[in-house]
Design a protein around this ligand. Structure first.
Ligand SMILES: C[S@@+](CC[C@H](N)C(=O)[O-])C[C@H]1O[C@@H](n2cnc3c(N)ncnc32)[C@H](O)[C@@H]1O
Length: 451
């Protein structure tokens, strides 16, 4: 027996938003899961629309919640049932950001609430959305600015409060504002050539022939996508693994590591594999790379990708990077540590709402344990890269100082060919990229050596 029931786009979007929060999934992953259940003629169109809604709602969530909380007076959107809260967010987003007629936006949400909950909840949401409709955001923001400037910036740019404070401390007021503005701009894509299948000139020609305008970058094997007609993931060369989509700063790590042919390399936090594959490509499939990750799901994705990219020298290991110890030591190690992801807000706006101070302190403990374990696995004279996509000093420079002072590493004075200096007394010897300065994720790299 095959049964169908109708589900509205609003319900699908609320499902995705709820999954992102409950399971801590990326929006892409949550979208994939929800759309597994969807079929029909308009599936692809609905998917594109749902993706755009989810991305923008996650980006503007703090501003949306500010409006809702201002009219709720007393209680908060965070206290509501999560699915209901997400339906409300969709309604507010439509009327205040997308320019949908407020009566239509309210009606589509209220109809879902009536069906999924009851009449009284529907009345509550109806009244709430009508109040939001009349809410004067500009006036409220002006008032907030006089009362609490940090909270004002946090709402205006829709960034976590801690991030606003942190960015001002690091970059000054102007720098922090420029960073947040650029975090809210459209994502920039970069592609890295797979040298096992083609070269950078042929890739540039191929992309131009397919109406993708590209530019060279400061990283030799990476092109910047300037304009495209059809998404690059639909191109045959993408499907055949001639190139990968990889952020500019992320693609700098393998060059800083500078692996040589036939070496043994360890990647302690490898999935989904961008840096592992890059190192494999630079080594032309010689030697051996042990790629460790503790997420089986992510390792499985990596296995699929590996085939398409023609990578044959990588062994995947499902293990804890804080404890994994191989029989033999390694020539080089990549430690691209799990982090607060605070450098990736433009690419993954959902991570803005995932990390509070307690969680960040926990991840710093994991980073330190991984640094200690990297030392145990590295040969004397061996090099490693420590990198994160975090903007924070405690996840970056302070961890490097810990690696030097408490673990035994030396900091290599690597001649970085682009990027900014870091902070603290080791700032001159480490690399930082910033979204507002380099048009990529904010990123950190240090090169360490075991003497
Ligand atoms: C920043 S991502 C790595 C990205 C990857 N290096 C790349 O370039 O595609 C961090 C990874 O660390 C993994 N991870 C988190 N804690 C871990 C642990 N204790 N041991 C091993 N992997 C861990 C996560 O599953 C995630 O895949």
């Amino acid at each position: 027996m095959e049964l169908f029931y109708r589900i509205t786009l609003h319900e699908l979007i609320a499902d995705i938003l709820t999954l992102i929060d409950e399971r801590e999934l990326s929006s892409k992953n949550a979208l994939e899961r929800v759309f597994k259940r969807v079929s029909g003629r308009d599936r692809e169109k609905a998917r594109g629309l749902a993706h755009a809604y989810v991305f923008e709602i996650e980006k503007w969530r703090k501003k949306i919640d500010f409006m809702v909380n201002s009219v709720l007076k007393g209680s908060k959107i965070e206290d509501l049932d999560l699915y209901l809260a997400n339906l409300i967010r969709i309604g507010v987003f439509e009327m205040k950001f997308k320019g949908v007629n407020p009566a239509i936006a309210t009606d589509s949400v209220v109809r879902v609430v009536k069906e999924r909950y009851d009449q009284s909840k529907a009345r509550f949401v109806n009244a709430l959305l009508r109040e939001v409709e009349g809410f004067n955001l500009e006036k409220a923001l002006k008032k907030l600015k006089e009362k609490d400037r940090i909270e004002y910036l946090s709402v205006k740019f829709s960034h976590p409060r801690w991030y606003v404070e942190y960015a001002i401390e690091l970059l000054g007021y102007g720098g922090a504002v420029r960073l947040m503005l650029s975090n809210n701009r459209a994502q920039r894509y970069y592609v890295r050539v797979n040298p096992l299948k083609t070269d950078i000139d042929s890739l540039a020609d191929y992309l131009e022939e397919h109406n993708v305008r590209v530019a060279r970058t400061l990283v030799d094997d990476v092109l910047k996508i300037l304009e495209y007609e059809t998404p690059i993931t639909r191109l045959e060369w993408y499907k055949q693994g001639h190139f990968v989509i990889q952020d500019l700063a992320s693609a700098y790590v393998a060059h800083v590591l500078s692996p040589e042919k036939d070496e043994r390399i360890l990647d302690l936090a490898a999935a989904p594999g961008s840096k592992t594959f890059h190192v494999a490509h630079l080594m032309e499939n010689t030697g051996e790379i042990i790629a460790v990750d503790y997420s089986m799901e992510r390792l499985n994705k990596m296995r699929e990708k590996m085939k398409a990219l023609g990578v044959t020298n990588v062994k995947l290991v499902h293990a804890d990077g804080m404890k994994f110890k191989d029989k033999e030591e390694f020539d080089r190690i990549i430690l691209d540590a799990p982090c607060s992801s605070s450098g990736t807000y433009r690419q993954f706006p959902e991570v803005k709402w995932r990390f509070d101070e307690r969680k960040i302190q926990r991840v710093i403990q994991v980073q330190k344990a991984m640094l200690r374990n990297a030392y145990r696995n590295l040969k004397a004279g061996g090099d490693m890269t420590y990198s994160t996509c975090s903007i924070r000093i405690d996840e970056n420079e302070e961890n490097v100082r810990y690696a030097i002072n408490k673990v035994g590493f030396e900091l290599v004075d690597y001649p970085f060919s682009w990027g900014e200096k870091g902070f603290t007394e080791i700032g001159d010897k480490v690399f930082r990229a910033w979204t507002h300065l380099h048009d990529c994720n904010s990123f950190f790299i240090a090169k360490l050596r075991k003497e």
